[in-house]
Design a binder for this molecule. Structure first.
Ligand code: PLP
Length: 387
């Protein structure tokens, strides 16, 4: 039976993610548009984003947090290009983004002493393989496979190398052990549903020391430079951005942080995301056709929730047919306004990906689930007819 009610908000994209409940353009009415970001009003707003983010996330005082260009990609790349090369590097790669960082380290940075530990979609590489005398690069949550690291226990507290973590689909939805991480990056467009464009980078005292004392033998574009004359450019971490940010995006980031504070901060954000995962887990447990791409429950993401289709009638279709039917499910859901943007990532195995981050209401996930069954049944009819 076709469900009668669609989710109130059908936005389940894994980035840009759903706006916070109750958001409207009105949230931007105090934006410092038309003003310089270096004027007091603009700089104060940028500094406010930094301070509120640090507070909500519980980032230690000794860490520096900055707003940087080019979203999470910009933040990760500036860390890789500024920090790596002085010692060996280990990279954990288990889905598209972490594999991308490995490719950049190999083909662009051309690091000589590089080890890449790979795993297929749905799995984590063996975390114990990494050597903490080396620098280690990894994503906390693999957005394209729905697999996250279970915790930070595998990261040596007394490491010599730096732990460089792309946490863009994890921060504000998962517990992050700051003392185990030296560089943490994210963007505004993810868990708090902000606008695309800007990234954030958090640096531990050891990462700052490395920045100030190493001089990588490579050219660094201005937008990657965090030091001048061997000293950290402190202004970047106080709201003096390297180049011009969008004050609309800044206002929106502030709005999302104020919302996060209003609902109870990080514990409430994490609880919302975990409730979304739990709701899908209960549905998957009784589904005849859907299963998690993540093989282990302890590694299952609560934000980018990736599903594969286990129905033998589907898995025995050709790869092209599987892909065509999965696409038809996604467009049926979109046409019905039941769910937008729930297709698997383009390089990931065929399936569905439902964002369960903190801005998504569990009631909307609940309303979505019968639509998934209905859309799958429609696809099933069409592939049964084709046989
Ligand atoms: C793990 C991960 N890293 C990097 C990115 C790229 O982020 P951005 O588009 O914000 O630069 C994404 C985007 O989804 C991601 O999920």
């Amino acid at each position: 039976m076709k469900p009668s009610q669609t989710p109130k908000n059908p936005c389940f994209s894994s980035g840009p993610c759903a706006k916070r409940p109750g958001w409207s353009l009105d949230a931007l009415k105090d934006a410092a548009v038309g003003r310089s970001h270096r004027a007091k009003i603009g700089k104060n707003k940028l500094a406010d984003v930094i301070q509120r983010s640090k507070k909500v996330l519980g980032i230690p005082d000794a860490y520096k947090l900055g707003i940087v260009p080019a979203s999470d990609t910009g933040a990760v790349e500036m860390a890789l290009w500024s920090l790596l090369g002085g010692r060996g590097v280990d990279i954990l790669a288990w889905e598209a983004f972490s594999s991308g960082w490995a490719t950049d380290c190999k083909s662009q940075l051309r690091l000589k002493d590089l080890r890449v530990f790979n795993a297929d979609y749905g799995r984590l590489p063996e975390l114990k393989q990494v050597d903490w005398t080396r620098d280690v690069v990894f994503a906390w949550n693999g957005t394209t496979s729905g697999v996250r690291v279970p915790n930070g226990d595998w990261i040596a507290a007394d490491r010599d190398g730096l732990a460089i973590c792309d946490a863009t689909s994890a921060v504000f939805a998962m517990e992050i052990p700051w003392d185990r991480l030296d560089v943490v990056t994210w963007s505004w467009q993810k868990v708090l549903g902000g606008e695309g464009a800007h990234g954030m980078i958090a640096l531990s005292p050891r990462a700052i020391e490395r920045l100030e004392n190493s001089n990588p033998d490579r050219p660094l574009p201005k937008i990657f430079q965090m030091t001048k004359g061997g000293k950290l450019i402190e202004g970047i971490f106080e709201g003096e951005t390297i180049n011009t940010p969008s004050m609309l995006c800044v206002e929106d980031a502030l709005d999302s942080l104020k919302w996060a504070e209003s609902i109870g901060g990080l514990p409430a954000l994490i609880a919302r995301s975990e409730a979304n995962l739990q709701c899908i887990e209960e549905w998957v447990a009784q589904s005849s056709w859907a299963a998690f791409l993540a093989e282990e429950k302890s590694n299952r993401s609560s934000t980018s929730i990736c599903l594969k289709i286990k129905d033998p009638a589907f898995t025995t279709l050709s790869a092209d047919d599987q892909s065509a039917h999965a696409k038809s499910i996604v467009s049926t859901l979109e046409n019905e306004r039941a769910a937008y943007d729930v297709g698997a990532y383009r390089d990931a195995p065929v399936g569905l990906r439902i964002w369960g981050g903190a801005t998504v209401e569990t009631s909307d996930i609940q309303a979505l689930l019968p639509w998934l069954d209905w859309a799958y049944a429609l696809a099933q009819e069409s592939f049964a007819r084709a046989l």
